[in-house]
Design a binder for this molecule. Sequence first.
Ligand SMILES: *Cc1c(COP(=O)(O)O)cnc(C)c1O
Length: 421
Amino acid sequence: MDHFLYRDGALFAEDVPISEIAAAVGTPFYVYSTATLLRHFKLFDDALEGTDHLVCYAMKAASNQAILKTLAQAGAGMDVVSGGEYLRAKAAGVPGDKIVFSGVGKTAEEIRTALTGGIRQFNVESEPEMQVISAVAQELGVIAPITVRVNPDVDAKTHAKIATGKSENKFGIPISRASEVYALAASLPGLEVIGIDVHIGSQLTELDPFELAYNKVAELTERLRAEGHTIRRLDLGGGLGIPYTRSNDAPPLPVEYGAMIKKTLGHLGCEIEIEPGRLIAGNAGLMVSKVIYVKSGEGRDFLILDGAMNDLIRPAMYEAHHDIVAVEEPAAGVEQQPYDIVGPVCESGDTFAKQRNMPPLKSGDLIAFRSAGAYGAVMSSEYNTRPLIPEVLVHGDQFAVIRERPSFDEIINRDTIPEWL
Ligand SMILES: *Cc1c(COP(=O)(O)O)cnc(C)c1O
């Protein structure tokens, strides 16, 4: 569920007409709903009620400071995957003891930043990384809390680019080597082993792969405890999928996911951490764009938008589907017609949808990409010298620009000319 609905023939974000935002900030832009963000966070928080838990928002999904602050004020922790994200979380007011640091390539510098500012735990992905955390912790005279990310070798049944839990993926250490790696962790100074971490992929639409992985984590918990390790926290990663279409085969709900977690891991008495990103932000955001031209091709019509692959790369990168709707509600019974919906970038990959049925549209009409809140703005670029598009946050009947569109001068002046020119 989200808060982008038609009212009196026009699409709204909560209580604000999309067309009003478009008039104020220009197109294209991203718009997020505070109510949807908070609702999704609460669904996860409620799903784990009765167990000691923390929902750490995976901020790589959408990391604007205003979004982070909204979630942090609701009590969310954060899952970060870079030193930059760590600093973003801190700047949004998240205390260090609610920030977990994931990722396969944490540098000594990033580790130092996190240990200096305070960290809930590092999710360690390799032995060399463990050695570096140990060394930096000793240098700073602190103890680094760690879990080890294990790779359970399960098929997440998702797009290959976002599957992370098979043995051929670069993530985590094989479960079969866990005893060895935990023994190393126990022997290194500056580290405190507190638990186990697992994250098998993104946009999972079934519970089975999670359950398979979590059962392996349960077994591993007992084994590592028998070997003398303290396992008191289980970080279960993110990955629960969202409905990108209004079809019947919707992914499982957070409440079902939570019940499965309690069933598979509840008996272990561990604190549970989860790291949802997409499900919190995905359906809390739209990308709004304007039709520049309607171009008739051979046997097909193209809708050429002012938004492009540099603004929303998911269709080009993952063959992702986004529902696309007209901002002005089509009259009841209006005949739809197929369009190829494309951006102006000079690549054929700059295609959002082929032969998509839409109401008849004309130059100047506004359209909205639904489910664009996660892995949208954060993956955008200025390819073709197209300025990063603004982000807007709605809260009831208020809206605010939370990231401005840069001017062309700002973009050009970011480059510097060597003195020999
Ligand atoms: C990307 C990622 C997440 C979030 O995944 P979603 O599919 O957005 O929920 C959580 N944890 C880790 C380690 C990740 O890399």
